[in-house]
Design a protein around this ligand. Structure first.
Ligand code: SF4
Ligand code: SF4
Length: 414
């Protein structure tokens, strides 16, 4: 009997996947490779995809504890929303390996004759289930909304996002339900290493559809009222996947919110933001914002800056959050998560200080879509040990029992 029951995988050049009997499946945290244990694993979710990593060799561990390069490419799982990866795939790179495209590569192995991934389930939200989107009647629904709201270029933009790029938050305006994105800003004040505006973000596969015009307050308000008035659990969200930073469009957004709130008190108005432009955030909060989700990778200024490379500082982000909290806004963090980075001892200490200073309501944990080697290279060197994802989340939970930890924005108003 093989000693290792968790078996490594590899793929040949035709993309056929094989297991490597007797070779233990490994994963990667930060820069370290280690053998996987049953506690690391969950059955691979049905809607996960498998990807191969070119210019790299899969590795596994022999029974003697030797790390062995396998003659084949590494296989990785790309998890659906709601799952947080705890280990990345283990591999050795060729010297001239090309940089990997921006995906959340997750370790995948065979365990109990089934594919398993190194991940935990962090949130449940049926609303993002693909079965709710791209249905046969979508074209018809688009036609109807175009008829209801003629001459609004935002509607045309969202129609294109829906029919061409299958963006879920764009589609929701036509399905008349839940969270609907209203893109407003073609520009950004950051230059993130893994800019979600330039990669497939969540359910939005379309870097090309980044908005190119600046919608007026009236155009914003027309869609906002239309959606908030009638849609169940209606949310309108500024700052979705492939636009720039919405607070740079603060004048138009705040004027739009004021018009909306003169006409309807229903539903929830949300912004997804890097929160670096505090003056803009203040205007939007003052106009009647309900919820704010702040993208963040670290509570240490140097680590933050290394990734966001913005024209602002972490201090500005904190000032924006503080202002929002003082004004009764529900604030969540969109924590970009990389196993072996956010859970380093020094990062954990900084997170705790941050959360004591700014008692936000929720953390949404998001797998950082990035080439692991390229990420490690640009970030400040590790100082302390990492404590592991489960441990990290458990520590936050213990120290901040009221803090909600999940993966999605939930309907929080009314
Ligand atoms: S804040 Fe968003 S849009 Fe701006 S660079 Fe970062 S990921 Fe891209
Ligand atoms: S995220 Fe992109 S595709 Fe979706 S609505 Fe916004 S601009 Fe359109």
């Amino acid at each position: 009997m093989a000693k290792h029951k968790i078996t490594a995988l590899y793929a040949d050049e035709n993309g056929e996947i094989f297991d490597a009997p007797g070779i233990g499946g490994m994963g990667r945290i930060g820069n370290d490779l280690r053998l996987l244990t049953p506690e690391d694993l969950i059955p691979l979710p049905d809607t996960a995809d498998l990807m191969f990593l070119p210019d790299r060799q899969a590795v596994g561990m022999t029974k003697d504890g030797e790390v062995l390069s396998l003659v084949g490419q590494p296989v990785s799982a790309i998890l659906p929303a709601g799952y947080t990866r705890t280990l990345m795939p283990a591999f050795h790179s060729d010297e001239d390996a090309s940089q990997l495209p921006l995906y959340g590569y997750t370790a995948v192995v065979v365990y109990k004759d089934q594919l398993h991934a190194a991940a935990i389930y962090t949130d449940e939200n049926h609303k993002w289930d693909p079965e709710h989107y791209n249905t046969k009647n979508l074209k018809k629904l688009v036609k109807q909304v175009k008829k209801d709201l003629p001459n609004n270029p935002l509607v045309d933009h969202l129609a294109n996002c829906s029919l061409e790029w299958h963006c879920c938050t764009a589609e929701n305006i036509f399905y008349r339900r839940w969270e609907c994105g209203i893109p407003t800003s073609p520009v950004c004040n950051a230059n993130c290493f893994g800019c979600i505006s330039l990669q497939p973000a969540e359910c939005c596969p379309s870097p090309q559809s980044r908005i190119k015009f600046r919608p007026t307050p009236e155009q914003i308000a027309e869609i906002g009222v239309y959606h908030l008035e009638t849609a169940p659990e209606a949310i309108i969200s500024f700052g979705q996947g492939c636009e720039g930073e919405p607070s740079l469009a603060a004048d138009n957004i705040s004027a739009g919110i004021r018009i909306i709130r003169e006409k309807t008190k229903k539903g929830q108005i949300n912004i997804n933001t890097n929160a670096g432009y505090t003056e803009g955030i203040k205007k939007i909060v003052d106009a009647g914002l309900d919820t704010m989700r702040v993208s963040i990778i670290s509570a240490i200024p140097e680590s933050y800056k290394a990734y966001y490379r913005g024209s602002y500082e972490l201090e500005n982000v904190k000032e924006s959050i503080s202002y929002a909290l003082e004004h009764g806004i529900y604030v969540s963090l969109n924590m970009l998560y990389f196993p072996g980075f956010n859970d380093r001892v020094e990062e954990v200490k900084a997170w705790k200080e941050f959360l004591h200073e700014l008692p936000i309501q929720m953390i949404q944990v998001r797998n950082l879509n990035i080439d692991p080697d390229a990420f490690i290279k640009i970030m400040p060197a590790q100082q302390g040990e990492y404590i592991g994802t489960r441990n990290f989340l458990a520590k936050l939970h213990k120290e901040f029992p009221k803090l909600v930890i999940g993966s999605f924005s939930h309907f929080t108003v009314e």
